[in-house]
Design a protein around this ligand. Structure first.
Ligand code: PLP
Length: 375
């Protein structure tokens, strides 16, 4: 930090100084600049390798004439579409600039200095950041088998607990909480504690769910007014760049979220694209089928290469490269493959690989084979 950057540090809210910002996947353009590579596969941010539905692209192009107008701040059409699709009332839906914004808004609505927010070890980085932003104490509960230990999370609840964040499946580890585990948990959480169930990867988890073990959060909304469900159009719907996510909950809490959010937090293109994406469930199906095939392709290759991994029900997989993981990451970059190192999660021995197209997956497999041979 230069001296001029330090002029204001004693004026900044103290909790802000300690925040470690979210580390996104390396952009393709950055690797191009750094290494001059032309053939790059980005498997670092759990994006949809098929892009978005062709209908979405047409819809957004047609809507370009509206660029000078403010968007509909209440997102009437999108809420109508979601309401019909999910079977919830429009007043039970809040929209966000990505679900990331909503996760943070929940913290701002319910927690402040002296309060506690519970999340699991290895859970999505935005949960601890949200706690820090509002000056609350983040309570990290040790994981079991790389996933949430719901019994320990229940035991961690105190009078100060305001929020519990849970991701199902978890990112970055891809672990699943079953219906039985979830039901045992939610039924024991005191009703004044808000539970945020983050279902960013629900479409993928459901596609792997052959024996109906995945608990769909919507089924529990009417029974638990303290339950909020967070979902996104960034993953299976392929709209990561447009930034649109939604929160479902009881009318009262959704109203508080709406009171706090910025008036035009979801832009017009995000709104029309999300409506169009929701209409094209065939595209979602195609995306999840491709993901299942890609997951199989990568798991079979890992088995051949004798590389251990954490079984995942998302569109990504954590592979165990021991103490060479960071070095392997650098070598993979030189081969034109961007994956995600997880040292900031305390998972130093792992790299997280997003499932891509068949060709991208093969690029990763060939690159991994080459760097392992070199090691
Ligand atoms: C578990 C989880 N929740 C939420 C998000 C945020 O997604 P977005 O802000 O794009 O909706 C992500 C993104 O990676 C995620 O992995």
């Amino acid at each position: 930090m230069t001296e001029s950057n330090q002029l204001f540090c004693d004026r900044v809210q103290p909790q802000i100084l300690g925040i470690h910002p979210y580390i996104p996947g390396k952009p393709v353009s950055e690797l191009q600049r750094e290494l001059g590579l032309t053939y790059i596969s980005k498997l670092a941010s759990n994006e949809n390798p098929l892009g978005a539905s062709p209908n979405v692209l047409t819809t957004v192009q047609t809507a370009l004439t509206e660029i000078a107008r403010y968007p509909d701040g209440s997102a009437f059409e999108l809420k109508q579409s979601l309401s019909q699709f999910l079977g919830v009332k429009t007043e039970q839906i809040a929209l966000g600039n990505g679900s990331n914004e909503l996760l943070e808004l929940v913290a701002r609505v319910f927690a402040g200095a002296g309060d506690e927010i519970i999340y699991a070890q290895y859970a999505f980085a935005v949960y601890p950041i949200s706690a820090q932003v509002v000056g609350a104490t983040g309570v990290e509960v040790p994981a079991v088998d790389w996933g949430h230990d719901l019994t320990a999370m229940l035991a961690a609840i105190t009078k100060k607990t305001k929020i519990i964040y849970i991701a199902n499946p978890n990112n970055p580890t891809g672990t699943l909480l079953t219906r039985a585990e979830w039901e045992a948990f939610i039924s024991q959480v005191p009703q004044e504690v808000v539970v945020v169930l983050d279902e960013a990867y629900i479409e993928y988890a459901k596609s792997f769910d052959t024996n109906n073990q995945y608990p769909d959060g919507c089924d529990y909304l009417s029974q638990y007014p303290n339950l909020l469900i967070s979902r996104t159009f960034s993953k299976a719907y392929g709209l990561a760049s447009l930034r649109v996510g939604y929160l479902l909950g009881c009318k009262e809490i959704i109203q508080y979220i709406n009171q706090l959010r910025a008036p035009f937090n979801v832009n017009h293109y995000a709104q029309v694209a999300a409506c169009s994406a929701l209409d094209d469930q065939e595209f979602v199906e195609k995306s999840t089928v491709l993901n299942q095939q890609g997951m199989r392709q990568i798991k079979e290759a890992l088995a051949r290469l004798n590389v251990a991994y954490i079984p995942s029900v998302g569109n990504f997989i954590c592979i165990d490269l021991g103490d060479q993981a960071l070095e392997m990451n650098q070598k993979l970059l030189k081969e034109g493959v961007i994956v995600r190192p997880l040292a900031n999660y305390g998972l130093t021995q792992f790299l997280r690989v997003s499932i891509g197209t068949q060709v991208e997956n093969q690029h990763f497999i060939d690159a991994l084979k080459a760097v392992l041979k070199d090691a």
